[in-house]
Design a protein around this ligand. Structure first.
Ligand SMILES: NC(=O)c1ccc[n+]([C@@H]2O[C@H](COP(=O)([O-])OP(=O)(O)OC[C@H]3O[C@@H](n4cnc5c(N)ncnc54)[C@H](OP(=O)(O)O)[C@@H]3O)[C@@H](O)[C@H]2O)c1
Length: 251
């Protein structure tokens, strides 16, 4: 007898799972019994820190639209074994290029190729994946979470202009997607981290922390918990929200 959507194991596709926030997210969802299909540029890690096999990882360069389309077809193929259901898509992969000496790249100093690469990974890959997997998401009445940033709503001392504008565009895209995916049963929300303790942070962040009301960095697990909330029943009527996870930095 065929299993109903509710009886099946839940499945998530998570971009950028090899480090930082994505890594904490895969651990959080795996611990709750989800199958997590991860993707990033690197191959499946030999010493995988969570219980999964190479069949749960896809190597893809999201800065390349053609490679992203190829990966979407591969994911769709893998989801056939799951009844064609995708319960969550988390668009977490992101890049924040710096200058040769680690300096911030402003609007005047960012090469066009860098603008394009940043927008392809941080913005266009998101809509390509969501559109390409819409049937599987709709079948599962799934949830999409886009990872934006505090740098999308103000000039940030370390994150560059291309990064900040790509995240602002992603926040706008989340609003548009919530309106367009809602009628097919898919919720779309964003989480906006502040200063989270990962390798993306720049030297000097400790000075910024003095201004954060909670006076500390966030942990990747604190972000993962918010993503979990947005992908589960606890948030069943939340659609089009951008949840700030920054210790009050935005106030
Ligand atoms: N950490 C923070 O304080 C902070 C604050 C605000 C927003 N965010 C956002 O949170 C998300 C995760 O940040 P993080 O700090 O955890 O970043 P991170 O440690 O730098 O990890 C980035 C992830 O994205 C993947 N990735 C990068 N380029 C890729 C590409 N071209 N194709 C496929 N995968 C790619 C990386 O894997 P590979 O290297 O294997 O490709 C890696 O798994 C990003 O969207 C970031 O903008 C972070």
């Amino acid at each position: 007898m065929a299993l109903s959507p509710n009886e099946r194991r839940r499945v998530m596709l998570l971009t950028g799972a090899s480090r930082g926030i994505g890594h904490a997210t895969v651990k959080r969802f795996s611990a709750a019994g989800w199958r997590v299909i991860t993707c990033s540029r690197h191959p499946f890690p030999e010493n995988c820190p969570w219980e999964m096999g190479p069949e749960d990882h896809l190597q893809v360069d999201l800065s390349d639209a053609a490679d992203t389309m190829r990966a979407i077809e591969e994911v769709r193929g893998r989801l056939e074994a799951e009844g064609g259901l995708l319960h969550a898509l988390v668009n977490n992969a992101g890049i924040s290029p710096k200058g040769p000496a680690g300096e911030r790249l402003g609007a005047l100093g960012t090469d066009f190729a860098d603008w394009q690469r940043v927008f392809q990974v941080n913005f266009f890959a998101t809509i390509l994946l969501a559109r390409g997997l819409r049937e599987e998401l709709a079948q599962a009445r799934g949830s999409i979470v886009n990872v934006t940033s505090i740098a999308g709503s103000r000039v940030h001392p370390f994150a560059g202009a291309a990064y900040g504008t790509s995240k602002a565009a992603l926040a706008g895209l989340t609003r548009e997607m919530a309106a367009d995916f809602g009628p097919i049963g898919v919720r779309v929300n964003a989480i906006s981290p502040g200063e989270i303790d990962t390798s993306i942070l720049s030297p000097g962040t400790e000075k910024l922390v003095e201004q954060i009301p909670q006076r500390r960095l966030g942990t990747p697990d604190e972000v993962a918990k918010a993503i979990y909330f947005l992908c589960t029943e606890a948030s069943s009527y939340v659609n089009g929200a951008e949840l700030h996870i920054n210790g009050g930095q935005h106030v």
